[in-house]
Design a protein around this ligand. Structure first.
Ligand SMILES: Nc1ncnc2c1ncn2[C@@H]1O[C@H](COP(=O)(O)OP(=O)(O)OP(=O)(O)O)[C@@H](O)[C@H]1O
Ligand SMILES: [Mg+2]
Length: 227
C-alpha cells in the first residue's frame, strides 16, 4: 500500500539524507522506523505526506505517487494520510473542539455531522470532558491524543507518527503507544518513527526498519502472529 522505490533525497550537494531506499508497507500493518538522530527518519516520513519530493525514485501512497502528485491533489492525499508530530502542532488559541473540527469545517462538512464525529472520537480517547479546554490546559500526553483525534476524524488509511512520544513522560508515552496500537488494531496502517531506545524492545513485535546515515541497515519483519 505504501512503496518506497529506489528513493534518494539530497538536501545539499554533498549531503544525502536518504540513499536508495526500498521497502513496502502492507495495509493494516504497524511499522517502526528507527535510527539515530539525523539518520533520515523525518525525511522518509515527509516523502509519504508529500512535504518533500524525492530526487530519484518514487513513493506510492495508495492511489498517489510522489513525484507525480499534482498540487491540487495534495489536499486529498493529506486527508488520507494522518500525521502527528513530537510538538503536537495544535492551535494554541483554539479549544479542543475547534482544533479537531477545523479541517472538517473548512472542507464544508455540516455542523451536525462535525459535532457527532468530534464527540465520537473524543469518547474513544476518553477525553470528552476536555472538549472546551485549550491546549495549554492539557498535559503533553493529552495534547498528543488531541492531535491524534484531529488526524482520525478524517478517517485516514495511514497514520504517520514522527517521534510522537518525544515530548511526553514515560507513562504518557506508554499510553500514546497503546493508543496507536488500538488504532492499528482497528485497521489503520501505522508508521512510527522514533529514536527512543525504550521502544526498540517493543518494536520486536512489529516490523522494524532501521536507518543509519540515510540507508536501510535492517528490515526486520514482525513475528508471524502479528501479520
Ligand atoms: N531542510 C534541511 N536542509 C538541509 N539538511 C537537512 C534538512 N532537513 C534534514 N536535513 C539533514 O538530513 C539528515 C536527515 O535528517 P532527518 O531530519 O530526516 O533525520 P531524523 O532521523 O529524523 O533525525 P531526528 O531523530 O533528530 O529527528 C540530517 O543529516 C539532517 O541534518
Ligand atoms: Mg526526525
Amino acid at each position: 500500500m505504501i512503496e518506497f522505490h529506489n528513493i534518494t533525497k539530497t538536501y545539499q550537494k554533498n549531503w544525502t539524507a536518504l540513499d536508495n531506499i526500498n521497502f513496502n508497507v502492507q495495509k493494516g500493518s504497524f511499522t517502526f522506523i528507527v535510527g539515530p538522530s539525523g539518520s533520515g527518519k523525518s525525511t522518509l516520513l515527509k516523502l509519504i505526506y508529500a512535504a518533500l519530493t524525492p530526487d530519484l525514485g518514487f513513493v506510492r501512497i495508495g492511489e498517489f505517487r510522489n513525484p507525480g502528485i499534482t498540487t491540487d491533489k495534495i489536499p486529498q492525499l493529506r486527508r488520507k494520510v494522518g500525521v502527528i508530530f513530537q510538538d503536537f502542532r495544535l492551535m494554541q488559541d483554539r479549544t479542543v473542539y475547534e482544533n479537531i473540527s477545523f479541517v472538517l469545517l473548512v472542507t464544508g462538512t455540516p455542523r451536525r455531522i462535525i459535532k457527532d464525529k468530534v464527540a465520537q472520537v473524543l469518547a474513544e480517547l476518553s477525553l470528552t470532558h476536555k472538549l472546551h479546554h485549550y491546549p495549554f490546559q492539557l498535559s503533553g500526553g493529552e495534547q498528543q491524543k488531541i492531535a491524534i483525534a484531529r488526524a482520525l476524524v478524517r478517517n485516514p488509511f495511514v497514520l504517520v507518527a514522527d517521534e510522537p512520544t518525544g515530548n511526553i513522560d514515560p507513562q504518557g508515552s506508554e499510553e500514546i503507544f497503546k493508543l496507536l496500537q488500538k488504532i492499528n488494531a482497528g485497521g489503520t496502517t501505522v508508521i512510527m518513527a522514533t529514536h527512543d531506545s525504550s521502544f526498540l524492545q517493543k518494536a520486536s513485535a512489529y516490523r522494524m526498519i532501521a536507518l543509519d546515515h540515510g540507508k536501510v541497515i535492517k528490515d526486520v519483519p514482525p513475528p508471524p502472529s502479528k501479520g
